[in-house]
Design a protein around this ligand. Structure first.
Ligand code: ZN
Ligand code: ZN
Length: 233
């Protein structure tokens, strides 16, 4: 369900082109104009293989910014300043008792179970490479190298929603399947980007701000270097 702010409105300006989103006033950079909960979402296959830990239901990053920065730069001695700017709450992380996939909260775990995970839970076969779902994911990874833009897992979640007899009817499934081809999006929700954005909002002196910007720029340079190595292997 999408929520529009009062700064925009949906209008039909030219019937041939259908509906469009129009600004009612000047909109500033960074201002939220629309919020929408995804119909279904899941982590990219390589992203999961490379141990970016995310909530299985809402994709919230579950790895502290510093731990992620250390892992991605392959520098275990790296210390990030302003750790209070990281929003990951490891104490709230919970797991499916049967297959151990992680969730950011018990709400997400219960939502996933009610919507699709009862059908899709692999139980003790989660690490079994011969399980059909794991074989499918391996086949998918072998034909879709990073940077990733889509994942077959979305389709499995949609089928599981239909099987669990939730709100998604077979007709709903068909229109969602059609949407999948045109409306998949990757979202950047890593704990490092949240930490860096919160650092940006800190009330610091000019020189402290410059020092912090240098640390962040250096971190992104290090991440870029590792990422370039990764996509060339
Ligand atoms: Zn969650
Ligand atoms: Zn499970």
């Amino acid at each position: 369900m999408a929520t529009l702010t009062e700064n925009v409105e949906v209008k039909v300006k030219e019937s041939r082109k259908g509906k469009g989103l129009y600004a009612r006033k000047q909109i500033n950079e960074g201002e939220t104009i629309l919020e929408e909960t995804p119909m279904v979402c899941c982590q990219f296959a390589w992203n999961e293989l490379y141990k970016y830990t995310a909530c299985e239901n809402c994709l919230r990053s579950l790895e502290k910014a510093e731990a992620m920065a250390r892992r991605l730069t392959e520098n275990p001695a790296l210390d990030l300043p302003h750790l209070e700017c990281c929003e990951v709450k490891v104490e709230d992380i919970t797991y499916c008792p049967a297959c151990q996939v992680p969730y950011c909260s018990t709400e997400c775990r219960d939502q996933a179970w009610a919507a699709y995970h009862r059908v899709l839970c692999l139980g003790s076969a989660r690490e079994d490479p011969e399980h059909p779902v794991n074989r499918l994911m391996e086949a998918w990874r072998n034909i879709h190298f990073p940077p990733e833009t889509a994942t077959i897992m979305l389709l499995l979640k949609m089928i599981a929603m239909v099987k669990q007899d939730q709100w998604l009817t077979p007709e709903g499934f068909r229109s969602m399947f059609a949407l999948m081809g045109t409306n998949q999006q990757g979202i950047g929700s890593s704990s490092i980007s949240v930490w860096a954005r919160n650092c940006d909002d800190l009330d610091l002196s000019e020189s402290d701000k410059n020092d912090l910007d240098k640390v962040i720029d250096q971190l992104y340079d290090d991440l870029d270097r590792e990422f370039t190595i990764f996509i060339h292997i």
